[in-house]
Design a protein around this ligand. Structure first.
Ligand code: TRP
Ligand code: ZN
Length: 469
């Protein structure tokens, strides 16, 4: 993110209240401490907030695509991880009309991307308590520019919009604990003018139309990181296969913008095949539904692994579909603990492309590895330690990340055991979070020996090692 945020004003406010409390002999609403305004992510230190864990987001949105404005009510259910006198949510732009905590009006303060809520004096948030926050807001959601120059957040399209949130953009359309380490279930309801469709994550309910507006409801039962939440609004052709036998009985919901619907049909027809192919290699598909959303070319500069149904700006190649679908296991189900662990997403998703090319196109994994090895761009920095926030989606994270996976396979020298290790990894952290240290420890435990040389060379080494024959 580019905008500079002043340090939050919670501490002085709390101090002022304490002084007041001392003067009056009353402790008011200041029992406990304010939750931290950031989670100290190595690349995005202000993202996320401390002091609580969200369990569920209920988002009710009313969108006017012509004006690119929305009105929203976010109900955030969370568990306090400390006694809280105040806490933050991440929200950028938009106007907050009101907020309640546990049904009582809360004091609202905005500073940059930090929305600070101070519960009413009668509300006590003690460690372990589950509490409910309701935020009513409206405005024109923003588009953010990432440190690497790419655009995310709320993106306007030819006939509507799409919300893409990696790494930070979800806070442009709903208030959240905007860090991958705090996953939650979601209900997302979006009302749009009749004739437009709103596609999101999870499973759909039947749309309801009244007075020229249609409400689309989506339910995400499995934990989801905020960066994977999406809403795409436009003129879509949709297809809902309640139970696809080829995708192992999961619901497959696809949406393609009308302008590209015909060109998208062949690749969308392969979604169940790709899910089944990946499930054999990576373990059971982690969610109740799958699919894809295909917008216009130019809607975004990249595809994104939005949970259940990745977003593509125009019809993807089979290889790109394989990549984004692999993220459902690597990224969406097993989610990075911090943005430093990105290579666990992109390395495995790239490796999935190599496996697909070997299986379907007769390109040996060895050839993909060699091409990545020869590519100087993959050696700019170690995949597990990108130098800056602008580098987290650079080639080493993808290409060298995939090389790390193949090096593990070679060190094991046994494909049956290697794929069992991969499935064991997705099983161990299913619907959770994992760090690079979790991964290397897991691999060493499973393989039964020290692999520090492999890590120091491929994961953390700065220079290209000599290739063994
Ligand atoms: N995760 C996307 C992919 O490779 C790419 C991407 C889009 C990305 N936006 C990002 C990566 C922001 C890092 C940060 O499928
Ligand atoms: Zn990817």
């Amino acid at each position: 993110m580019k905008q500079r945020t002043p340090v939050r004003r919670t501490a002085p406010a709390a101090l002022a209240l304490l002084v007041l409390a001392a003067a009056t002999g009353c402790t008011g609403g200041v029992e406990g401490r304010p939750g931290a305004a950031g989670l100290r992510d190595p690349y995005f230190p202000r993202l996320g907030n401390g002091g609580y864990d969200v369990t569920h987001y209920d988002l009710v949105l009313d969108v006017d695509p012509a004006a690119q404005r929305l009105r929203g009510t976010a109900t955030v259910t969370a568990r306090a991880t400390q006694d809280l006198s105040a806490f933050n949510l991440d929200l950028v732009g938009l106007t907050v009309a009101s907020a309640t905590v546990e049904g009582r009006p809360a004091a609202v303060n905005r500073a940059g991307q930090e929305l600070t809520l101070r519960p009413d004096a009668g509300v006590r948030l003690r460690k372990g308590d589950t509490f409910r926050t309701v935020v009513r807001y409206s405005g024109a959601p923003r588009t953010l520019t990432d440190p690497d120059g790419s655009r995310e957040g709320w993106l306007r399209t030819a006939d509507g919009s799409v919300a893409l949130g990696e790494p930070a953009g979800s806070m442009t359309w709903f208030p959240s604990n905007n860090h991958p380490s705090d996953k939650a279930s979601y209900d997302i309801a979006v009302t749009v003018p009749e004739g437009l469709t709103a596609v999101s994550n999870g499973e759909p309910a039947a749309p309801v139309t009244a007075a020229g507006r249609t409400t689309y409801r989506w339910h995400v039962g499995e934990p989801m990181a905020s960066y994977l939440a999406t809403v795409a609004i436009g003129r879509f052709e949709t297809k809902d296969t309640k139970k696809s036998r080829t995708a192992g009985g999961i619901e497959v919901f696809t949406a393609a913008d009308r302008a590209v619907a015909a060109d998208s049909a062949p690749v969308l027809a392969r979604v169940p095949e790709v899910v089944a192919w990946e499930a054999r290699r990576f373990g059971p598909y982690p969610f109740a539904s799958a699919g894809a959303i295909i917008g216009h070319p130019g809607d975004a500069e990249y595809a994104l692994e939005t949970q259940n149904r990745p977003f593509f700006a125009g019809p993807p190649s089979a290889g790109l579909l394989v990549h984004e679908m692999a993220h459902q296991w690597f990224g969406d189900s097993v989610t990075p603990e911090s943005w430093r662990d990105m290579w666990l997403n992109e390395g495995f998703a790239t490796y999935a492309e190599w496996l697909w090319a070997a299986d379907k196109d007769g390109v040996p994994v060895r050839s993909s590895f060699d091409a990545a090895y020869r590519n100087d761009a993959n050696w700019a920095f170690p995949p597990a330690d990108p130098p800056t926030a602008a580098d987290i989606s650079e080639p080493p994270v993808y290409g060298r990340g995939a090389m790390v996976v193949d090096e593990i396979r070679r060190a094991m020298g046994d494909d049956t055991r290697f794929f069992a290790l991969v499935r064991g990894w997705t099983k161990a952290h299913r619907h959770g979070n994992a760090s690079t240290a979790d991964f290397t420890a897991y691999v060493e435990r499973t393989v039964g020996r020290d692999l520090s040389e492999l890590w120091s060379t491929w994961l953390y080494g700065r220079s290209r090692p000599a290739q063994k024959g």
